[in-house]
Write a protein that binds this ligand. Structure first.
Ligand code: CP
Ligand code: NVA
Length: 308
């Protein structure tokens, strides 16, 4: 039976940990210039209903570096964007490629697509979740600290698709996560409920607060994301007003751990969710984080195709 990765819940804890190790191995092989082409003969279809720089490039370059091919499909150009149904699009597109990634709006769209696709489907961001980003982030944290446990991870800002994905990651892997978001911009209630259930078995320590300082205090990882996500442009003024005290700046991080790292999925808006001195400063690892998308996603593809 084909497997999808629409949410981190599609993977077990052991699979996620193995995937991170695979990603590190892939990175080593690519950096060493080894001839490593496990995706030779494999075609990835990439459907984008929203903009992208990192996701598009990292999937495409990852496929090419590992011997495969990628086909970019903008919804502006394919019939899906002109009203062809998701059901028909999924059945047709999956006849031409071996695996598909989709970036779209409502999470229900990708769920329906996956239901009708005969090949594995990867979530490359929905309004609800961005699992590929968190997998790359976990790899980056492991690379930096050598571990994922015994670290306080703080997500500060909008309770958006990144916050939701972090909550699932913490629950499944048993991590220590504090999310600070305004009450009106809390993460998804369903994600929180499900994660708290999962956390009972994994000893995850998940705290939700409205106080950014509480999250930043003694944090090892400080993470933020844009205040208005793609598709929420009309909410920009409201969100900026609700989030104005959630900016990651030198005052907020003053009591973080001395060796804390700053992370951001990017694109960033300096002066909004993060000050320039923090994102461009010595604690920031955002460029490594962006680079690691390539390796973590290649590991996801190998996993779903049963070649890991
Ligand atoms: N972080 C991320 O997914 O970036 P893009 O929107 O550029 O793909
Ligand atoms: N929360 C952001 C993430 C971008 C990678 C968005 O959905 O636009």
């Amino acid at each position: 039976m084909k497997r999808d990765c629409l949410t981190l819940k599609d993977l077990t804890k052991d699979e996620i940990l193995h995937l991170i190790d695979t990603a590190v191995e892939i990175k080593k092989k690519i950096k060493n210039g080894e001839n490593y082409e496990p995706l030779s003969g494999t075609i990835l279809g990439m459907i984008f209903e929203k903009s992208s720089t990192r996701t598009r490039l990292s999937f495409e370059s990852g496929m090419k570096r590992l011997g495969g091919e990628a086909i970019f499909l903008s919804s502006r150009d394919i019939q899906l964007g002109r009203g062809e149904s998701i059901e028909d699009s999924a059945q047709v597109i999956s006849r031409y490629v071996d695996i598909i990634m989709i970036r779209t709006f409502e999470h229900s769209r990708i769920m329906k697509f996956a239901q009708y696709s005969s090949v594995p489907v990867i979530n490359a961001l929905t309004d609800l979740l961005h699992p590929c980003q968190v997998l790359s982030d976990l790899m980056t944290i492991k690379e930096h600290f050598g571990r994922l446990n015994d670290l306080k991870i703080a997500f500060i800002g909008d309770g958006n698709n990144m916050a939701n994905s972090w909550i699932y990651a913490a629950a499944i892997l048993g991590l220590n996560l504090t999310v600070a978001a305004p009450i009106d911009l809390s993460p998804s209630g369903i994600v929180i409920k499900e994660s708290m259930e999962i956390a009972k078995n994994t000893n995850a320590d998940i705290t939700l607060t409205q106080i950014p300082y509480e999250a930043a205090l003694n944090a090892d990882v400080i993470y933020t994301d844009v205040w208005a996500s793609m598709g929420q442009e009309e909410q920009t003024v409201r969100k900026h007003s609700l989030l104005k005290h959630y900016q990651i700046n030198s005052e907020l991080v003053k009591d973080a751990n001395r060796d804390y790292i700053f992370m951001h999925c990017l694109p960033a808006h300096r002066g909004e969710e993060v000050s320039a001195d923090i994102i461009d400063g010595e604690h920031s690892i955002v460029w490594d984080e962006a680079e690691n998308r390539t390796y973590a996603q290649a590991a996801v593809i190998l996993k779903l195709l049963g070649r890991d």
